[in-house]
Structures are given as structure tokens and as C-alpha cells.
Design a protein around this ligand. Structure first.
Ligand SMILES: C[S@@+](CC[C@H](N)C(=O)[O-])C[C@H]1O[C@@H](n2cnc3c(N)ncnc32)[C@H](O)[C@@H]1O
Length: 164
């Protein structure tokens, strides 16, 4: 069982080996994104189960899974909420990607800059140390850490965790 939080439109689901994964829970607050994810991946019919929920709201009901993936999501729900979700899903492994921002802020300059204004209220600027501390507090230790530089001074930080 695999759970992907903030699955959005399903980018990357094409890498799921159908024959080795019984069930994938794709979780997002946005119903239109989930519909797009399912429509884009008909090969995962019967495997991909889309769950529309606002993770920041309680109570949310998520099934248990061995692996939980949360890329570019913890910034939106914050560490305490993420800890709550992990306690519920009880994964053995957790993999997260954080966007580490340069001084220019978390949204890159573009004609669409202000389209993201409303997200300011829910966005948490998070670094790897804060996530590691939060994960250790619920018994998950870091087992992998990789960084990928982005062109505008930002970077993606991937952190993998295992439950002790
Ligand atoms: C920045 S996108 C990341 C999408 C994808 N994981 C990726 O790495 O490209 C964040 C996703 O999290 C979802 N999201 C944000 N807040 C959420 C919440 N409170 N509950 C559930 N999903 C949420 C958004 O709808 C969006 O699809």
C-alpha cells in the first residue's frame, strides 16, 4: 500500500509498477486535480484510489500504508498536521520533498506572481532541520537526503525517513 499526499494531477504515477503495488491512495484537497490524475492514468484502474480531503481539517480518515510520499505538501499543511497524518497512516517509510527558497521568496518572479497571493495564508517556509525534528518526535529517523539545485537559487530537498 502506498499513499501519496498532495498527488495533484498525478505526475509521476506512470512509474508505479502495477504488478507490485496493490493499492495507491492519491490524496488531495482539489477534486478537479484528482479527476485529472485518474483520467491520465487509466492503466491504474483498480489500483489508484483517489481520496479528496483537506488534510488540515480534522478528522480526516486515511487508511494505513507502508510508504507515504509527500512532495511539496508539508509547506502547505505544516509539521503538526503532517505528524497527525503519519500517526494515522502508520507508514514504515516516508519520503518528502521540500522547496528550499532563496532570499527572493517562495514564489519565483513571473507575470503570474500575484496568482499565488492567496496561498500566503497557508504557506509555511520550512527547512530540513525543522522537518527532521518533527519527524524524530514521532519516531521517524532520516535514512536519506538529496538536494537538487534549481535555476533561480532555490532547491529541492528530498528527505527519506524510516519509522523506528
Ligand atoms: C505544490 S503542489 C505539489 C504537487 C505534487 N506533489 C508535486 O510534487 O508536484 C501541492 C498539492 O497539495 C495539495 N494540497 C495543499 N493543501 C492541501 C490540504 N490541506 N489537503 C490536501 N491537499 C492539499 C494541493 O491541492 C496541490 O495539489
Amino acid at each position: 500500500m502506498l499513499t501519496i499526499l498532495g498527488v495533484a494531477g498525478g505526475n509521476g504515477l506512470e512509474h508505479i509498477p502495477r504488478d507490485r503495488v496493490e493499492k495507491v491512495y492519491g490524496v488531495d484537497v482539489n477534486a478537479a486535480y484528482l479527476a485529472a490524475a485518474a483520467a491520465r492514468h487509466p492503466e491504474l484502474a483498480g489500483v489508484l484510489e483517489c481520496v479528496r480531503t483537506d488534510l488540515a481539517e480534522e478528522p480526516c480518515r486515511l487508511p494505513e500504508a507502508e510508504l507515504l510520499i509527500a512532495d511539496l505538501l508539508v509547506e502547505y499543511i505544516g509539521c503538526p498536521c503532517f505528524q497527525r497524518v503519519i500517526r494515522q497512516v502508520r507508514p514504515e517509510y516516508v519520503s518528502c520533498v521540500l522547496q528550499i527558497n532563496a532570499e527572493g521568496g517562495w514564489v519565483s518572479d513571473s507575470p503570474y506572481l500575484h496568482a499565488f497571493d492567496a496561498l500566503e495564508a497557508v504557506h509555511h517556509d520550512l527547512d530540513g532541520g525543522a522537518l527532521e525534528t518533527a519527524m524524530l518526535a514521532i519516531g521517524c529517523r532520516v535514512i536519506g537526503r538529496t538536494e537538487r539545485e534549481l535555476p533561480n537559487g532555490k532547491k529541492f530537498l528530498r528527505m527519506d525517513f524510516q519509522r523506528a
